[in-house]
Ligand binder design. Sequence first.
Ligand code: ZN
Length: 253
Amino acid sequence: MQMVEIILVLLFGLCFGSFATLAIYRLPRGDGIVAGRSRCPNCLTSLAARDLIPVLSWLLQKGRCRYCKTHFSSRYPLIELATASLFIITYLMHGISLASVLLMLMSVPLIVMVMVDLEHMIIPDEVHLALLVLALGYHAVVGTPPGSVALGFVVMLGVGLSLHYGYYYLRGRDGLGYGDVKFFTIAGIWLGLYPILPFLFLAGGFGVLTGLLWRVLGKGELFPFAPSLALALWVCVQFPELVNIMLYIDNIQ
Ligand SMILES: [Zn+2]
């Protein structure tokens, strides 16, 4: 029975992974994600249903357009597989329920956010909106006290603005962009007050690693922060036990 559920979650994840690749391509270009059929970016032929099966179409056509044979990046099937993997981890942690489906779906805007920020150094507003709607839906389903959500929002708005203006004051230029500040407030809505410190600790740790990597790769001092923020939020929301352990260690020291 569990195997059947895992296969269903896998297929569900692959479909949303396919949606994520579409959003990653279209959102930074200002194109709607629901409007219009998918086209080959080279020959502009509308792709048929058989060209759009997650992972399989790419493998069967050896990563090429069926019509003009242009090469499609392997990042498309990789993003589809990554999304499906995150869905399966959520299933293994939280089982199948309306709440766990919302936890699976939160991975989709986070993956879009990471890929778009890596490529364009922006976080599209659609990502914030999707995360906000999913957070409010999740809290309504599990019955989180509204006060906790409101406190998370207010505290993280304060943290985000302090970091934004603090960096500007110290360095005389923008470090943490407004897109990141918006993300902080939505992370506060997801987390509530309690897991904020573990979130900031993880985001800071991942950020330092990304910054080092960016320098090693010779890409300059300013690195995209969204991957660290997204990973920290995902870990804190998906693994509440880990948050408890981190708070416990903090308390006994
Ligand atoms: Zn083509």
